[in-house]
Design a protein around this ligand. Structure first.
Ligand code: SAM
Length: 302
């Protein structure tokens, strides 16, 4: 577990790191991301080394998203789209692809980068809803590395808005850091350094159960939830997640309790197997005795 004084968890000294969230309102968030886009949009968005690797980095995400589109493409929306890192790869798979972002600067860079893609549109949003879009207009809404950078109340509002703009059975896919995973907790711990008291960085960590709860309240059934908390949820009337998902969440939230339950269950299964074997041995003894009696009936009468 890194300590606050641990140099390996120290600061990088980059210009981006010197940016700070200067307030709690959405205006402060907008300003933060506008400045981040001007300073270094590539590193503000992802951990890529350079512009070249940034260009290809969205391909992996596209591989996860494309199978969630209906046959023939469909319409998709990215919340917190940045400069369109993922959109540039997903666009050929969609009929129409929209991106919305709180930062006009990110959107401007995105429009320039993807001007050649006719089915792509960027929108500057107010940072908490999907007002530019009508009800039931999308087959897929997704968000990557964005919900973690806004207050949980705002992320939840985006969930309810996603339900509104999705068609019946439409899919919402996103990812947020899982604070119950050790490496994600260590990343959380990084922000406990005193430096971040003076330079607040907008970053939130989630537990799997709060994600499942918030999605159910917003009208989604969770269909997949990975260790790294990549979540696939479907707009549904019955929002009860499958047993497999509930077990996965319970394993994260209560690992010791689940391990004890599993050990208890294994003990019960072993005892039942032993009892079964005993019954079988008894059954065989009876059968042998019955066969002997039939074979030597006189011995019995003597
Ligand atoms: C780390 S970048 C990720 C960009 C893009 N999703 C990607 O993976 O390439 C986070 C983006 O979320 C945007 N963002 C932050 N808060 C937002 C909010 N409340 N509403 C919409 N976008 C927001 C930022 O402006 C920024 O472009």
């Amino acid at each position: 577990m890194p300590k606050i004084s641990d140099t390996t968890k120290g600061l990088s000294g980059s210009e981006l790191e010197r940016l700070a969230l200067e307030g709690e309102g959405l205006g402060a968030y907008r300003q933060f991301w506008d400045r981040a886009a001007v300073v270094d949009s590539i590193h503000a968005i992802s951990d890529q080394d350079d512009a070249e690797s940034f260009e290809v980095s969205g391909h992996r995400e596209m591989d996860e998203l494309a199978p969630l589109l209906p046959p023939g493409g469909g319409a998709a929306l990215e919340i917190g789209c940045g400069t369109g890192r993922v959109m540039q790869h997903l666009a050929p798979r969609c009929r129409a692809l929209h991106g919305i972002d709180i930062s006009a600067e990110m959107v401007e860079q995105g429009r320039r980068r993807l001007a050649h893609l006719r089915n792509v549109s960027f929108h500057v949003g107010n940072g908490y809803d999907l007002a530019p879009f009508g009800d039931e207009s999308f087959d897929l809404v997704y968000s990557l590395f964005a919900f973690q950078h806004m207050p949980k109340t705002t992320a939840y509002n985006y969930f309810t808005e996603s339900r509104r703009v999705l068609r019946p059975n439409g899919v919402l896919r996103f990812q947020v850091p899982n604070i119950l995973r050790d490496d994600h907790f260590n990343a959380f711990h990084h922000f406990t350094q005193p430096y971040f008291v003076e330079h607040p960085y907008p970053m939130n960590y989630y537990t799997p159960s709060e994600v499942v709860l918030m999605l159910a309240r917003a009208g989604f059934r969770v269909e997949d939830l990975s260790d790294g908390m990549a979540v696939v949820a479907r707009k549904a009337d019955d929002v009860t997640a499958d047993v497999a998902i509930r077990e996965r969440v319970a394993r994260f939230e209560h690992p010791r309790l689940m391990a004890e339950r599993e050990a208890q269950l294994a003990g019960t299964v072993a005892r039942l197997a032993e009892a079964n074997a005993e019954i079988e041995r008894y059954r065989r003894r009876i059968a042998v005795r019955a066969a002997n009696t039939l074979r030597h009936p006189l011995r019995r009468s003597r």
